[in-house]
Design a protein around this ligand. Structure first.
Ligand code: HEM
Length: 330
């Protein structure tokens, strides 16, 4: 076999010859366009890795059953944490983009129309794989109108697959430990007594979320999955709950980092193009703010923290459950 050679293995001839500047094509060389191209390419490579990890985690959760203390769950948590680490780098890369001044951008900006980061199909695939549904996207018409047919087909077929959020919901529903009527009626009473006067309305939300009563608010987690997730948060000190707790934390971390990226991107956009519309034709900053608010994917997990109570007041679990959950009998 031919010895492996660094540049061939990495196909650097392709990657390092993939920076064609529009400003050069127009014979108006703009120095900062190189940075603009390279940074977008670097983002796209990392998006590729994020998709690769997300896809593998989805495959794990697509299994009929996964043991809550199995290598499968460890691998899933490990990869989700890796995604968080990559996202941290992606947030930081905005610093590099911000070394380009508004005037430097104006040197080549008009040559890019109507291309825009908005057309990043990998970014949209990542959102869709994690759990963002078409009907919950901000600016839906705009979203489809800016993509070519192949990309629209790609994203639509992804959106018809089960998302990570749906699969985690199903996995939570299958957890046996929290299915105890008495536990939840006791917990409801303890929660009610923990509320301040101004918070009494929370009890109605509690019933909507955990008992499906009243006008069910739009939620991506079912009542059973919400109970299981709250159980994990409350009893995470039991060994068998460690990994499920880490899993929920890793999803929240991903959501927070994606929104941090969006927030920094908005600020950068404001700094570089001000109130101008985007090259993709959106309202620019206005559109991006709408997407920031609407595109939290795992918000139903973070909202569960409203329903926690002090550790010292937690209902004691039955012994048979405690034994299943591990050695901690407190
Ligand atoms: C000079 C720097 C940049 C400016 C002025 C800018 C501006 C914008 C604007 C105005 C939009 C809204 C859509 C439109 O009308 O075009 C947008 C969307 C977007 N941009 Fe940027 N951008 C910049 C750099 C980047 C970089 C480095 C990335 C990295 C991949 C990126 C990724 C995205 C993505 C993914 C969206 C879609 C966001 C969503 O739909 O929620 N942008 N950008």
């Amino acid at each position: 076999m031919k010895p492996v050679y660094y540049s061939e293995y990495l196909q650097l001839d392709k990657i390092l010859n993939a920076q064609e500047l529009e400003s050069d094509k127009h014979q108006k060389h703009a120095h900062d366009e190189m940075l603009f191209v390279v940074i977008h390419q670097a983002y796209e490579l990392w998006f590729k890795q994020l998709l690769f990890e997300a896809d593998s985690v989805i495959n794990i959760f697509s299994k009929e059953s996964i043991n809550d203390n199995s290598p499968d769950l460890q691998v899933a948590v490990h990869r989700l944490n890796r995604m968080g680490t990559i996202l941290k780098v992606l947030v930081q890369q905005i610093d590099i983009m911000e070394t380009m001044t508004p005037m430097d951008f104006l040197d080549f900006r008009d040559m890019l129309r109507p291309a825009s980061g908005f057309q990043s199909i990998q970014f949209k695939m990542l959102e869709a794989l994690l759990g963002l549904k078409y009907e919950h996207r901000h600016g839906q018409q705009y979203y489809i109108s800016q993509l070519n047919e192949t990309d629209v087909a790609k994203i639509k077929s992804l959106e018809s697959r089960k998302t990570l959020l749906e699969l985690v919901n199903n996995w939570l529903e299958r957890m046996p430990y929290f299915k105890n009527e008495n536990l939840w009626s006791d917990y409801r009473a303890l929660y009610a007594s923990s509320l301040q006067e101004a918070e009494l309305g929370n009890l109605e939300h509690f019933d909507n979320i955990f008992f499906n009563s009243g006008n069910a608010e739009h939620r991506s987690l079912s009542a059973d999955a919400s109970k299981a997730a709250l159980f994990i948060m409350l009893y995470r000190h039991y060994p068998l709950m460690h990994l499920p707790f880490e899993l929920i934390e890793s999803l929240l971390e991903i959501d927070e980092l994606l929104s941090t990226w969006r927030f920094r991107h908005i600020n950068m956009v404001g700094r570089i193009i001000g109130m101008r519309t985007g090259t993709g034709g959106s309202t620019g900053k206005g559109y991006l703010k709408g997407a920031l608010d609407a595109h939290y994917i795992f918000k139903d997990f973070s909202s569960l923290t409203s329903f926690l109570i002090e550790r010292s007041k937690l209902p004691k679990l039955n012994l048979d459950i405690v034994e299943k959950l591990g050695f901690d009998k407190d």
